[in-house]
Design a protein around this ligand. Structure first.
Ligand SMILES: C=C(O[C@H]1C=CC=C(C(=O)O)[C@@H]1O)C(=O)O
Ligand SMILES: [Mg+2]
Length: 462
C-alpha cells in the first residue's frame, strides 16, 4: 500500500499537458453507507461532493473533493473538449491491478447558448466535471474507497500520505456517525413562477406546430420553494434514495449549491463495448389502485398524442445508434415504465459500439433528445429560448460519469431541483405536439414535480 510514488515512472511533457502524473490507490472498506460517507465529506468541510445511484441499484458512487476539475472553454465544442482533456489525464494514470478506475463525474448545461441574464445557475459553467479526491464505489457487494491525486510536481509522497490520513478519517466518521435524520424540511412557501407565461408559451408553440414551423417542442416551467432552515444535501439524497427506488438518484454539489434529482431516463450507458439508451417520453399519472394504475397505463399505450411524443424520440435515438454503432436493436412497440409518481412510454435501445465511438460522442449526438428539446432540434432550441425564456441550467441535461476504460453512464437530469440553503428551484416540462392542450400539459408538469416535492416536504396536490 505504501508505494513509493517518487519511484513511479514519469510521463512525457507535452505543450497541451504540463508534466502531470495521475495517481490512484484503492482499499476495501466495510460497513459504510454511501450517504454516511457523503456526509463525512461535509464534516471535513468539503463542498464539492457528488452522489450517484444507478436505476437498477447495482452501483453507487460517491465523490468528495476535486482531484481534478474540467470545464468547457469558449470557442471549442464542450463535449469534445471534456473528452480530449480526460483522455490526456487517462494517459498519465498510474494504477495497479487492484485499484479501481478513477471516475470523472459531472454534467453539461441544457443549452450552451443560454441567456447571460442573471439566474440561479450563474455558478454552473456549460460543462463541469471532476475526478473526486476520495471516491467510494459500492458494486457487487464490495465497498471500495480510492484516493485520486493529480500532481504536476515531482515531490508527492508527503501530500499522498496526508491524503491517506484524511481518507482513514472519512471512513471512520462514516462508520461511527449517527445516521441521517429522515425528517422532512419545514417548507415555508411554494411559488409557481410565471405560470401565465408558461401557459401562453404552450399555446403559442402548439399553434406554431400546427402551422408546420416545428413538429415537437418541450416547454418547461419552475417552482420556487422556501424553507425555514437550510436544507442539507444529505437529507435531500436520503429522501430520494428511499422514495425513488427505480430512478437514477444523483446529486452534484457546487459550493453552496446542490443540484439533485431522481430521474427515470437513461441517456447512454457504455459497458464493455455495448451501448444502451432509452426512449422515455409520453406520460400519465399512477392510479390509486392496481386496477386504476393498469387502466391508466393502457390508456397511455393507446393514446395518439403520447405515442406521437414518444415516436419522435425513438426516431432520433435509433438514428444516432445507427450512425455510432456497428449494430443495434430497438423494441418495435413501447412498453410502460412505472416509477413512484408517474408512468411513461419506454423503448429501450441497445447496440454494439463502432470502433471509434466513445461515451462523450454519444452524449454529444444524443443531447438534447426530443424528450427534452424537440424536432427539428435547432428549430426547437430556438423556440425554447424565445418562448420558454427560462435558464434551465443543468435541468434536462446530461449528468453522469465515465472511467478511464471508457465505461460510464449518463442520465437526463429531469425530476430535479437546485438547492441553495433555504431555497430550492424545481423544474418540469413536457413534450408539446400539434394536439397539446395547455391546461393538460400544465397538469402533467405537476405530476413531474412530485418526486422533488415529495423529497422536500412539499404538497403533492398541485
Ligand atoms: C421534460 C420532462 O419529461 C420528459 C421525459 C419524459 C416524458 C415527457 C413527457 O411526457 O412530456 C418529457 O418529454 C420533465 O420531467 O421535466
Ligand atoms: Mg408529455
Amino acid at each position: 500500500m505504501n508505494r513509493k510514488l517518487t519511484d513511479l515512472p514519469s510521463r512525457e511533457t507535452t505543450a497541451a499537458m504540463p508534466h502531470v502524473r495521475f495517481f490512484t490507490e484503492t482499499i476495501e472498506a466495510g460497513g459504510i453507507s454511501p450517504l454516511s460517507f457523503f456526509e463525512a465529506g461535509a464534516l471535513i468541510n468539503d463542498s464539492h461532493r457528488f452522489y450517484w445511484e444507478n436505476a437498477s441499484k447495482t452501483m453507487t458512487l460517491v465523490g468528495i473533493g476535486h482531484a481534478l476539475t474540467l470545464t468547457d472553454e469558449a470557442g471549442t465544442d464542450r463535449f469534445d473538449a471534456i473528452e480530449t482533456k480526460w483522455k490526456h489525464y487517462c494517459d498519465a494514470l498510474i494504477k495497479e491491478d487492484k485499484d479501481m478506475d478513477p471516475v470523472l463525474f459531472g454534467g453539461f448545461s441544457f443549452d450552451e447558448k443560454r441567456s447571460s441574464r442573471p439566474s440561479e445557475w450563474e455558478k454552473f459553467p456549460n460543462a463541469l466535471f471532476a475526478v473526486p479526491t476520495f471516491q467510494l464505489k459500492i458494486e457487487n457487494g464490495k465497498t471500495l474507497v480510492a484516493i485520486n491525486f493529480v500532481s504536476e510536481e515531482s515531490e508527492t509522497v508527503l501530500q499522498f500520505e496526508a491524503l491517506r490520513k484524511q481518507r482513514d478519517q472519512l471512513i471512520h466518521m462514516a462508520q461511527v456517525q449517527e445516521s441521517v435524520s429522515t425528517e422532512k424540511p419545514a417548507l415555508v412557501s411554494t411559488k409557481e413562477l410565471r405560470k401565465d407565461h408558461y401557459l401562453k408559451a404552450v399555446k403559442q408553440i402548439t399553434e406554431k406546430i400546427q402551422k408546420g414551423e416545428a413538429e415537437k417542442v418541450v416547454i418547461a416551467r419552475k417552482l420556487a420553494l422556501k424553507f425555514e432552515h437550510p436544507i442539507r444535501p444529505v437529507a435531500a439524497l436520503q429522501s430520494v434514495s428511499n422514495e425513488q427506488r427505480d430512478s437514477y438518484n444523483f446529486g452534484m454539489e457546487n459550493g453552496t449549491q446542490f443540484f439533485f434529482g431522481a430521474t427515470p431516463e437513461r441517456l447512454i450507458e457504455i459497458k464493455d463495448g455495448q451501448a444502451f439508451s432509452a426512449c422515455v417520453a409520453g406520460s400519465i399519472k399512477r392510479g390509486s389502485s392496481a386496477d386504476e394504475d393498469q387502466q391508466f397505463g393502457n390508456e397511455l399505450l393507446e393514446d395518439k398524442k403520447n405515442r406521437e411524443e414518444h415516436q419522435y424520440v425513438v426516431d432520433m435515438i435509433t438514428g444516432v445508434f445507427d450512425s455510432l454503432c456497428a449494430s443495434f436493436t430497438a423494441a418495435t412497440r413501447p412498453k410502460l415504465m412505472k416509477v413512484r409518481d408517474i408512468q411513461h412510454l419506454h423503448t429501450p435501445v441497445q447496440g454494439r459500439l463502432g470502433d471509434e465511438s466513445g461515451i462523450f460522442q454519444f452524449v454529444k449526438a444524443l443531447h438534447p433528445t426530443p424528450a427534452l428539446g424537440g424536432v427539428p432540434t435547432p428549430v426547437a432550441m430556438e423556440l425554447i429560448r424565445q418562448e420558454e425564456d427560462l435558464d434551465r441550467g443543468y435541468y434536462a441535461a446530461p449528468i453522469g460519469w465515465t472511467d478511464a476504460s471508457g465505461n460510464g453512464e449518463f442520465a437526463v437530469a429531469i425530476r430535479s431541483a437546485l438547492l441553495e440553503q433555504k431555497n430550492a428551484w424545481l423544474y418540469a416540462g413536457g413534450g408539446i405536439v400539434a394536439d397539446s392542450v395547455p391546461t393538460q400539459e400544465y397538469d402533467e408538469t405537476w405530476v413531474k414535480f412530485r418526486p422533488m416535492l415529495r423529497a422536500l416536504g412539499g404538497s403533492l396536490n398541485g
